[in-house]
Ligand binder design. Sequence first.
Ligand SMILES: [Zn+2]
Length: 236
Amino acid sequence: MTSRSIRSLTRAAPGVHFVEGPLSNWTILVGEDSATLIDAGYPKDLELVLGTLDQVAEGRPLKAVLITHGHSDHIGSIRGLQARWSLRVLAAAAEIPNIRREVLHQVDFRQVLPRLGRYGVAGWAVGAVAAGGLKDVAVADVEAITEGRPLVVSGHTVIAVPSAGHTPGHTAYHLPEANLLVTGDALVTGHPTSRTSGVQLLPAMFNTDRDLARDSLERLLYTGDLILPGHGPLLR
Ligand SMILES: [Zn+2]
């Protein structure tokens, strides 16, 4: 058994902490009395999510999780977190069926198998399965957020920015006070299946609508000075 560890934990702005996990990233917003997560890693990342929360939230309770999209590597630890705290879980209305697993917009074996010979794909697939990527991660109780309308969580103003394409209801989150953008998988800066680093989309098999994903990426580039992506390092 290999032990999992995070790649980095960076204070992106006052009360905003960016965690590069083993395979996907999450962000922790810390306020006076509580903390809020944006995305939550794979199921096997639960201990790492808890560890990073301990480190930056210093005992403040977790009050909410904002979800960019319903993939296993972004919602995987939520059920484990719900066992510890009573949480509000929020996402765009269009993404909620995917988070509840009433539908599944996620790459599956039929798409992965013929591509196993491609750069990084076999290693990524092994890592994803080992991280609990095939576990049932459905979250039943999810509130819809209103896109464009500011929401205050743990003292931080957050605006949901629609960014469909990677999934139908994908949402990025803009924090206007820090002028930073949490992009989820609508904009990444690296991935095990990509040879390049820097702003990019994930390879085509990961996106439900490539054209929409391209449009979303273009729009996101003009929102915020600091990019906290779903995969890859933080970008200024
Ligand atoms: Zn994704």
